[in-house]
Design a protein around this ligand. Sequence first.
Ligand SMILES: Cc1cc2nc3c(=O)[nH]c(=O)nc-3n(C[C@H](O)[C@H](O)[C@H](O)COP(=O)(O)OP(=O)(O)OC[C@H]3O[C@@H](n4cnc5c(N)ncnc54)[C@H](O)[C@@H]3O)c2cc1C
Length: 327
Amino acid sequence: MLPNFDYVRPKSLRAAITHLSDGGAVVHAGGTDLLGCLREHVFAVKKVVSISAIREMQGISEGTDGTLRIGALTTIRTVAEHPVIRSRFSGLAQAAAEVASPQLRNQGTLGGNLCQKPRCWYYRGDFNCLRKGGGICFAVDGENQFHAIFGGGGTCFMVHPSDTAPVLMALKATARVAGPDGIRDVPLETFYVLPEVDVRRETVLEPHEVVTEIRIPPPAAGTRSSYRKVRARRSWDFALAGLALVLSFDGRRVVDGRVVLSGAAPVPWRSSEVEQAIRGKELNAEIIAAAARAAVAGAEPLEKNGYKIPLFQGVIEEELTRMSVSA
Ligand SMILES: Cc1cc2nc3c(=O)[nH]c(=O)nc-3n(C[C@H](O)[C@H](O)[C@H](O)COP(=O)(O)OP(=O)(O)OC[C@H]3O[C@@H](n4cnc5c(N)ncnc54)[C@H](O)[C@@H]3O)c2cc1C
């Protein structure tokens, strides 16, 4: 059952930030993640601030310099189906189409997708884990088959749940963040917080801050992007292993590339190892196999998630091969 809380639906961003500055208040966008957290008593709130009536946070537009601006309230379905995103940033459209179910994509927003809370069953369940202020990560000696193989740092081993964040990070996107002191632009690269830095927070957002839009810079000539998600079943499910690729080619040679893994770590996990292994090279079978090996060389699986190592290797090999064929 949902607990009691105050509910407000301001029409302006300024009013929303004022409400959020009261303390104990939380942003509500589409509510597909938040209401589950409140129903399951994952955390308590005094006030829910719906941002759904703030018009300036909706819509998609292209700047004259080619920068794409996506309002944080844009639904996941709109992101998946938008013609400009499908043609210029196809990896983002693929990732959005992989989120949850049609109903959730209709209701869920891009801002909510980036800011959603961890899906770890100990965090969501009745366990006072580290992330909720307790003393241990129950996954370490528990049911850890869906947990992190990178970046746990001996603290929290949840995996970051968003499908769109890895592609946006690979596309060098920034989040525009509004708060009582004004606006700041945060690269997605530095938006997420590793548990070893602060186990109580997932992002750099302060409680009174709102993501208003996502900006994606124009890609270099010859750039292609993709997102591949492997899940345990074909209906809605979070990534067991995922791969965001943004590669720019000169002919068949990779000029530059950004590679981000999902389902791997508590944050979208940039694989500089793969990037180094393919930069300046033509993607033949030998280079691709070496890149896949490099990706998992530093992995630290827990007792029940060692299967993720060959899974990531396979996904990386398949997707790099696919990109090389279409280059
Ligand atoms: C059954 C189920 C399956 C799912 N499967 C997937 C999946 O496969 N892949 C995936 O990526 N996600 C999945 N999700 C997660 C999520 O519901 C969606 O990703 C959705 O996009 C969240 O958006 P929302 O607008 O509903 O967020 P909300 O529920 O409104 O908010 C989520 C969180 O983000 C915060 N927030 C929302 N908007 C902002 C903002 N603009 N600024 C600051 N903070 C904000 C809220 O305070 C809250 O903590 C799933 C959810 C469910 C219930």
